[in-house]
Write a protein that binds this ligand. Structure first.
Ligand code: M6R
Length: 367
């Protein structure tokens, strides 16, 4: 049942190309636009008029929401707030008609996310569920559903479901941009062509990646603390990489907006600290590079995730994990993969059960 892989998590990491292909396939048939007008989806008139979006989610799904924020705001120019569901539900949020609330939940059964979605509905907002499970409670508590099509995920650590959630957020952002008239057809065509390249890029990246990462895991695995940094669209990737490592290896991690380092976390750095920097090509890359220099000036070690072909990054990091080049806004869906594998390799080196980490459940049905 593990299809020749040693764990479900590793199998699921390797299923990511197919899972994303499945999630985008029939939604990207048109060359200059995304189609989301499918059974169970929201009325498109509604998407056309939406003025404000709030995403509620927990854990890894929250990170997918953060990526959704950057893309929706950049492409569709609709303001987006993203909030951890357990906070949102107790916040007496300002919400009402005309607002769209998106609950992202792989299982469709996470108690806090469901409660936040119900609250939003009571206040008159429209609720969209992004979930991987047909017939789950989230599908019943929403006005519309967009399914990720990752297939069953057994490992407690979310991997392929995360990539599919990110893919759905890209699709939704592009559809919103088209409906709201904020992106011209040539640009949409470019982005859709790049979206369709993702499955192949994932397969290419996975080829030989475990062998490349193993020595990195052996070198840094004994560390007791890892700091993850990123900016803009790289920040959710840093947050997700840090969550993966802490949940399966039990190593303390922190993830920070790189620009915040000077405001506290830099005090944690010493010669023993590995710092994972998400440094894929983007308009803020030079800023990330200066943060990497600050890290190295304290004697700490930089492990960078960078875009293939960027030779400059090698001068500022001890280890560079490369991902294929795509439009810079699409890089997160690839950049997270080496971080999944790094967490995986470190946990395995420590002899841990990655499929069922201690204290964690796959589905959190209590608050
Ligand atoms: O089923 P959900 O997407 O609502 O689950 C949310 C979180 O519990 C989940 O993402 C959790 O953080 C994962 N174990 C992370 O790998």
């Amino acid at each position: 049942e593990k299809g020749g892989f040693e764990t479900f998590m590793l199998k699921e990491i390797h299923e990511q190309a197919d899972a994303v292909a499945e999630t985008i396939a029939d939604r990207t048939v048109r060359e200059d636009g995304v189609d989301l007008d499918e059974p169970g989806a929201l009325d498109e008139e509604l998407l056309k008029g939406v003025k404000r979006i709030v995403v509620v989610a927990c854990g890894t799904s929250y990170h997918a929401g953060l990526i959704g924020r950057y893309t929706i705001e950049e492409w569709a120019r609709v303001p987006v707030e993203v909030e951890v569901a357990s906070e949102y539900r107790y916040r007496n949020p300002v919400l009402g008609q005309g607002d769209l609330v998106i609950g992202i939940t792989q299982s469709g059964e996470t108690a806090d996310t469901l409660a936040a979605m119900r609250l939003a509905r009571e206040r008159g907002a429209t609720v969209l569920a992004v979930t991987n499970v047909m017939g789950s409670q989230a599908t019943r508590d929403a006005d519309g559903v967009l399914f990720t099509r990752a297939g069953l995920e057994i490992g407690v650590a979310a991997t392929k479901t995360f990539l599919c959630q990110v893919a759905v957020m890209y699709l939704l952002a592009l559809r919103l941009a088209e409906l709201q008239g904020t992106m011209d057809a040539p640009r949409r065509r470019e982005l859709i062509a790049d979206l369709k390249r993702i499955p192949h890029a994932i397969a290419e990246l996975l080829e030989g990646e475990e062998e490349r990462i193993q020595p990195v895991a052996e070198r840094f695995g004994p560390s007791s603390f890892f700091l993850y940094i990123g900016r803009h669209i790289g920040l959710p990737v840093a947050l997700e990489g840090a969550l993966k490592l802490k949940e399966i290896s039990y190593i303390a991690t922190d993830a920070y907006a790189a620009g915040e380092m000077k405001h506290g976390p830099i005090a944690l750095l010493d010669e023993a600290t590995p710092v994972v920097a998400v440094a894929t090509d983007s308009p803020v890359l030079d800023k990330v590079v200066s943060n990497m220099q600050e890290v190295r000036a304290r004697g700490a070690h930089v492990i960078a995730v960078a875009t293939e072909g960027n030779t400059e990054i090698g001068e500022h990091a001890e280890v560079v994990l490369r991902v294929p080049k795509l439009d810079w806004m699409l890089q997160p869906i690839l950049a997270v993969i080496p971080l999944q594998l790094l967490a995986y390799a470190i946990a395995r080196t420590r002899g841990l059960n990655v499929d069922q980490p201690r204290n964690l459940a796959k589905t959190v049905t209590v608050e």
